[in-house]
Design a protein around this ligand. Structure first.
Ligand SMILES: [Fe+2]
Length: 242
């Protein structure tokens, strides 16, 4: 139930379109004011002996990681070989595709009958994540593509808005292949964290594993430090179809 008694402002009426609010009734932790530093001053002004409070993560970024599926993993070598055959048939050199640099791209991977095992696997995972988000996974825009990265291939920083969710399924990730790097979505943090590394989280995923994240989350892919590139199927889950 919505409440106008938000702890950050008891005098300002809550916005009617706001779906997440913190009501004072949710406060559970009782802290004696004498030991709470910052709150002590307020205690003196307000003449209160104690105040209830708790820490609340208001804007968390949810990311979902799924372990490799044993049965599907037995097919990954075959799928990798198939992709390399398709790549050889096209006789195309690695090139740039939107954020990608130095890669060969296969569009609409989910429509390929030869890749049905991956598609079915992802359907189950996406349904779980949509349930966790409280949204339907049926009848949504969906797009997918496979990038076969050259050793020097990479992705510059980008996001996938206006989609809802984005994800990566790893077909081949040899040792030294570039990691996916998720960027802290709070730009003002750079003021307190001058090191760029503190604002970035590498995802060291194994072949067969999947990561799903909000489509608005900025990310990039490192260039490979090894002798082999990476092969990954990326996808977007978009708006509901009318
Ligand atoms: Fe991406």
């Amino acid at each position: 139930m919505r409440s106008t008694n938000c702890w950050w402002s008891s005098s300002t009426p809550a916005r009617s379109d706001q779906t997440t609010q913190i009501a004072t009734s949710e406060l559970r932790v009782i802290m004696p004011l004498e030991n709470q530093g910052l709150f002590c001053g307020r205690s003196e002004v307000m003449g209160m002996a104690a105040i209830e409070g708790k820490e609340v993560a208001l804007f968390p970024t949810r990311v979902w990681l799924f372990q490799p599926d044993e049965k599907l993993n037995t097919s990954l070598d075959r799928i990798q070989d198939l992709l390399l055959i398709w790549l050889a048939e096209e006789k195309l050199d690695p090139q740039s595709w939107r954020s990608a640099r130095g890669c060969w791209r296969l569009e609409n991977a989910h429509l390929k009958p030869e890749l049905k095992e991956i598609t079915e696997h992802l359907k189950i995972i996406i349904k779980k994540v949509c349930q966790a988000c409280g949204i339907s996974s049926d009848r949504r825009e969906f797009g997918s593509w496979i990038d076969v990265m050259d050793t020097w291939g990479s992705h510059v920083c980008h996001h996938h808005a206006p989609n809802v969710l984005s994800g990566v399924f790893y077909i081949a990730k040899p040792e030294g292949a570039g990691n996916l790097i998720l960027r802290d979505p709070r730009p003002a943090r750079s003021w307190h964290e001058p090191s760029a590394q503190a604002l970035e989280i590498p995802v060291e995923a194994a072949p067969g594993s999947t990561i799903i994240f909000p489509a608005w989350l900025e990310h990039y892919v490192e260039a490979s430090a090894g002798n082999e590139g990476r092969i990954a199927l990326s996808f977007n889950v978009g708006a509901e179809l009318k």
